[in-house]
Design a protein around this ligand. Structure first.
Ligand code: GDP
Ligand code: MN
Length: 402
């Protein structure tokens, strides 16, 4: 699960990591009101930021520094009235419905700091770079030596000595080292406490020196978190931060029915049982020149209702030019799938080619059900084996392409 920046800032703030104050707003009027309060309270610079689950906002024009309520108003009007298209959103862009109006800060230098699970090392890893603000992927690609990492022991956690070492290597000096190391230690505890799979501060910044902070201040001005969905049962506070508006509607619907569904870019809808078989099915579709429109594992305990819903989700995708049903009935019964096909045909209709490959429990009964319904599902073909099924659906979807 992902959360918005304003929610992430709240978590950092709670953990004692310095973040400029701000508030989330949803209308131009609220943005202006927040601006007036903050300028009235002594702020001289504010920043208006689109709250969407995608980065690259700065370059897309959805992070704007403002020096008056009128500038905040203009920025809010623009962001709430236009889709944000950035390197991370794809050409269709994202609707912006929430904004963060926060105190702006002067920046001396930008850094990158993150903690994420490193599956190859089997532990969390702290990642840091003195080249922050920009996409870390670009730094990793062009100048991998500019990225530092430290393994975090699963039991002992991040050690202060590791944090000090990284802070020093980043080029911090004097009490900046203590400030940066303190942020790293707190971020590490926060990651553990929240079951985060990613916590990223980009940029972590150093402000210019001032009276209170003679060496400047190290603080976070952007943050991103991903949490392990399997741990959400013990994170009620995080669950409440879930924003359905940022999710793919088909994936939300699927979740409601306990289906393991992930939308993809291709045009062949897949209905499969078992994650392994679903992966193999996607591979073999690719092998035959096709392109899957989704990953869908209906699981072993699916009912007629959930499988019918699964077909509806697949068929609602306008990109779908063919559907492949690949079921190996173990716990899942083939006749349940067959009945769901008949029900889906009645409710939505298969106006695209449908290729069905069934094996296993109650397959005879399933074949009988489908045979009896053949007239109602004219686009249906039966396939002998997986190879045959994949080549048929790839050919059918290819032929159906405009
Ligand atoms: P992202 O582009 O979606 O990652 O959004 P960020 O919040 O990281 O902002 C992008 C860039 O805008 C940062 O790297 C900074 O250079 C700049 N920026 C953001 N907030 C401030 C601020 O308060 N003051 C100044 N001077 N620049 C800011
Ligand atoms: Mn950023």
């Amino acid at each position: 699960m992902k959360i918005h920046e304003y929610q992430a800032r709240h978590l950092l703030d709670e953990a004692g990591i310095p973040v400029p104050p701000g508030s989330m707003v949803t209308t131009v009027g609220e943005a202006e009101e927040a601006a007036e309060t903050m300028f009235g309270g002594g702020a001289t610079l504010l920043v208006v930021k689109a709250q969407v689950h995608a980065g690259g906002r700065g370059k897309a024009g959805f992070v704007t520094l403002c020096r008056s309520p009128q500038e905040v108003r203009d920025a809010a009007e623009f962001m709430l009235g236009n889709k944000m298209v950035s390197v991370q959103t794809g050409p269709e862009g994202l609707d912006v419905t929430r904004l963060l109006v926060a105190e702006g800060v002067d920046i001396n230098k930008e850094y990158y700091l993150a903690i994420t699970t490193d599956r190859s090392r089997g532990c969390n890893t702290l990642i840091a770079s003195a080249e922050g603000g920009v996409e870390i992927e670009t730094v990793a690609h062009d100048r991998p030596e500019a990225i530092m990492t430290a393994e975090i022991d699963p039991l002992d956690g991040l050690q202060r000595s590791q944090a000090i070492e990284i802070a020093t290597a980043l080029g911090f000096a004097g009490d900046q080292i203590e400030q940066a190391a303190d942020i790293m230690m707190k971020l590490s505890s926060l990651v553990t406490r929240t079951d985060a799979s990613l916590a990223e501060i980009n940029p972590l910044i150093l402000t210019p020196a001032c009276d209170q902070h003679r060496n400047g201040r190290v603080m976070a001005i952007d943050a991103k978190f991903n949490f392990d969905d399997n741990a959400l049962f013990r994170q009620p506070e995080l669950r409440d931060m879930f924003d359905p508006a940022e999710e793919d509607p088909a994936e939300l619907k699927a979740r409601e029915f306990d289906l393991n569904f992930i939308a993809l870019d291709g045009n062949i809808g897949c209905l499969v049982n078992g994650a392994g078989l679903a992966m193999a099915t996607m591979d073999i579709i690719k092998l035959h020149g096709g392109d899957p429109a989704n990953f869908l594992d209906v699981g072993g305990t699916a009912t007629l209702e959930t499988v019918t819903e699964a077909f509806q989700i697949i068929l609602a995708d306008k990109k779908v030019r063919g559907v492949l049903v690949n079921i190996f009935g173990g716990i899942m019964r083939c006749d349940v799938i067959a009945e769901a096909i008949v029900a889906a045909a009645k409710e939505v209709g298969f106006d695209v080619p449908l290729v069905v490959r069934l094996e296993g429990t109650n397959v005879e009964e399933a074949r009988r059900i489908l045979e009896a319904a053949r007239r109602d599902i004219p686009t249906m073909q039966s396939a002998g084996d997986l190879e045959d099924a994949a080549s048929r659906v790839a050919a059918a979807a290819g032929a159906a392409c405009p």
